[in-house]
Design a protein around this ligand. Structure first.
Ligand code: DAT
Ligand code: MG
Length: 150
């Protein structure tokens, strides 16, 4: 399994509901390494670009309105297989289908308020990281490295 980076974003409902620490804690305790984090209130244009693949969906206008309704926490996490592994921590898109124990399964009810985003592939992750962190991300070695990986 290759070392990867993924883009994780706590959505405005996650910030408003005080779930920032809870969500970050789940990525930390899994063993993933944080490489970037910032609180931002994104513009409509910036969010439309992030979700460009969904622009023809009927829920797109509502999605953009929701996602620009308050600040989000933008993050980059690093680890072996972190793109798929991050999606496992998130759970299924629809909270009604997300397993208990996952972020969405435990913390939300409505697909239109599903608290957290995670990239769906290595390629989209790299695109999203460039979109949200044009300034680049931190390079650092975690002291846990040899305790998380063989
Ligand atoms: P995911 O966020 O799991 O990658 P996605 O990329 O298909 O899912 O959709 C992006 C977001 O759009 C999703 O987190 C919530 C919203 N969304 C998806 N399907 C929806 C639907 N049927 N009704 C309302 N919002 C929806
Ligand atoms: Mg998606």
């Amino acid at each position: 399994v290759a070392r990867e980076r993924t883009y994780i974003m706590i959505k405005p409902d996650g910030v408003q509901r005080g779930l920032v620490g809870e969500i970050i804690a789940r990525f930390e305790r899994k063993g993933y390494k944080m490489a970037a984090m910032k609180l931002v209130k994104p513009s409509t244009e910036h969010m439309e670009e992030h979700y460009a693949d969904l622009k023809d969906k009927k829920f797109f206008p509502g999605l953009i309105k929701y996602m620009t309704s308050g600040p989000v926490v933008a993050m980059v996490w690093v680890g072996d297989g972190v793109v798929a592994g991050g999606r496992v921590l998130l759970g299924a898109t629809k909270p009604s289908e997300s397993a208990p124990g996952t972020i969405r399964g435990d913390l939300c009810i409505d697909v239109g308020r599903n608290v957290c985003h995670g990239s769906d592939a290595v390629e989209s992750a790299e695109k999203e990281i460039a979109h949200w962190f044009p300034e680049g991300v931190a390079e650092w070695t975690s002291h846990s490295e040899s305790w998380v990986y063989e």
